[in-house]
Design a protein around this ligand. Sequence first.
Ligand code: HEC
Length: 151
Amino acid sequence: MKERIKITIKNIAILMGAILIASCGGKEEKKEEPIIKRAKKEVTQKTPRTKMTAGQKAFLLCAACHNLKKGEPNKVGPNLNGIFGRKAASLADFNYSEALQNSDIVWSEDHIRKWLEKPTDYVPGTTMAFIGIKNKEQQDALIEYLKEETK
Ligand code: HEC
């Protein structure tokens, strides 16, 4: 009987030790940076923020989820190469929401502006989790940037 109690206490001690080690290890481990922060860092490493145009700065809001150049992979969002004039939800290798697939949008400057204002209002049911850009100048700068960079 005594022996059994001893064993249990020993087991508890081992268990607590293991928990302690596990929790310490957890603290040491660096928390993963949020995806948006990481993307911003990637972009700012290429071009320092102070040298960025307004459009480049605005695109920092999109860079976590979108590539712009031909041949680059889709991220959380589809590659935006050739977006002007492209039918919405038309990339074969991206899993779009039904809402965007069912929209009749062909992306023009006007559509993109309204989309940027608040995607979830413009196409209810879209999976683009982005709060929107209300500032008109920022919209202009971003649209100009997209026109250049998605050619
Ligand atoms: C959190 C990730 C995320 C961010 C940030 C984001 N997008 Fe998106 N975007 C998506 C997803 C996901 C879709 C696909 C939506 C769907 O299927 O409903 C999408 C779709 C789009 C489309 C339509 C593409 C097509 O092929 O029809 C455009 C245009 C677009 N985004 C532009 C932008 C711009 C510009 C920004 C920055 C202001 C931005 N997005 C920010 C995730 C994101």
